[in-house]
Design a protein around this ligand. Structure first.
Ligand SMILES: NC(=O)c1ccc[n+]([C@@H]2O[C@H](COP(=O)([O-])OP(=O)(O)OC[C@H]3O[C@@H](n4cnc5c(N)ncnc54)[C@H](OP(=O)(O)O)[C@@H]3O)[C@@H](O)[C@H]2O)c1
Length: 330
């Protein structure tokens, strides 16, 4: 089969599309003929060998896909050949065929196209677990989302609104990204590049929340924006650390936690995928249902053929991606 082939860990621009053997499903597994795969920031780290989990060489990268089940392994009763599905995996989605544990494969709603099904995967799952499981978001909460025009950010803004947040404030860089966040339902937008970060974020969040502050902060960005967001949290607020798109891991000042009874927690979503697949499946069903109900819709800014993976990953590396990038696999 055709696949993006990583034979040695290297920067993604040194990797090419080539051939890998067709996968065969083992016990409890299925093989999916991939139609669309989601391009994610962690793929850059997996390809270069900087990710916490290093796949055995050679391998195809790619953590999320949608397609049609083409083979079913021993013991799989929940899925059949011909089912239209999406899947969340550690690697393997940037290929014509993907072998996946059946527990990590989800039936798609009728009528949903494959690109959207793939785009409603990893980032919406991560946003959901961040908002509901880690931050215990309640209806009526005020939510601040950093990196709100990116993959995690768009999903967090849309999900926070869909799940009943009273106010969603979006932190972005630049007017084009501000427009993306507004279209996703943000009630207020802060251009983090146009203000004095130290006090500006707190002032803008207070202005958008009648002086209350943020009950929940979703941070996939890190760096200086994190410290600014910590100052914008309300009494008993919860911040969730998801990633460091700014390239800098922040240091949390513990005195802020004490003074305002604040909690800061981290999220590694793939642990939930592997340890609690039934929970992840319930969340995926909820995400698909919210989409069908018109309450969330992925922003797919670019679609590429499999060979376009370098361009997609380059946009993510250079901070030039909006929403989701999708590989359409023939
Ligand atoms: N913990 C988990 O389970 C998990 C799951 C998935 C992803 N992640 C991580 O989450 C992070 C974000 O992923 P993503 O898919 O959302 O990436 P993305 O689509 O590239 O979005 C990143 C966002 O951060 C913004 N940003 C970058 N530098 C910034 C800065 N200095 N100040 C303010 N904003 C800045 C970007 O704005 P511009 O576009 O304007 O640069 C963009 O909106 C990555 O580090 C990824 O590895 C973690």
């Amino acid at each position: 089969m055709k696949a993006v082939v990583v034979s040695t860990f290297a920067p993604f621009d040194q990797i090419a599309v080539g051939e890998l053997p067709d996968p065969v499903p083992g016990k409890g597994e299925v093989v999916i003929d991939v139609k669309a795969a989601e391009v994610n920031y962690p793929d850059i780290l997996v390809i270069s060998g900087q990710y916490q989990m290093k796949p055995p060489l050679p391998f195809a990268p790619g953590k999320a896909a949608a397609g049609i089940v083409s083979a079913v392994g021993e013991g799989v009763t929940s899925l059949a050949v011909g089912d239209r599905v999406s899947a969340q995996v550690e690697y393997g989605a940037f290929a014509q065929k993907l072998r996946a544990p059946a527990v990590n494969v989800y039936r798609m709603p009728d009528g949903l196209d494959f690109a959207k099904a793939a785009a409603l995967g990893l980032v919406y799952q991560t946003a959901h677990f961040a908002l509901i499981e880690r931050a215990r978001m309640q209806k009526g909460d005020r939510v601040l989302v950093l990196g709100a025009s990116g993959g995690i950010g768009v999903a967090s803004v849309q999900l926070a609104k869909a799940l009943g947040a009273a106010t969603v404030v979006a932190g972005v860089l630049g007017e084009a990204n501000a427009e993306v966040a507004r279209r996703c339902g943000a009630d207020a937008v802060i251009d983090l590049g146009a203000i004095d970060l130290r006090d500006g974020v707190r002032e803008a969040v207070r202005a958008a929340t009648d002086g209350h502050g943020a009950d929940v902060v979703i941070d996939p960005v890190g760096g200086a924006a994190n410290a600014a967001a910590l100052r914008a949290i309300a009494w008993r607020g919860r911040m969730v650390i998801i990633g460091f798109a700014a390239g800098e891991t922040p240091t949390i000042k513990a005195n802020y936690l004490l003074v305002k009874n604040i909690e800061v927690s981290g999220l590694q979503w793939s642990d939930y995928r592997d340890r609690t697949p039934d929970w992840v499946r319930r969340v995926q069903d909820e995400i698909f249902s919210l989409h069908v109900a018109g309450k969330l819709d992925p922003v797919i800014s670019r679609r590429f053929p499999l060979e376009g993976f370098k361009e997609g990953l380059g946009l993510l590396r250079d901070g030039k991606a909006q929403g989701k990038l999708i590989l359409e696999v023939a």
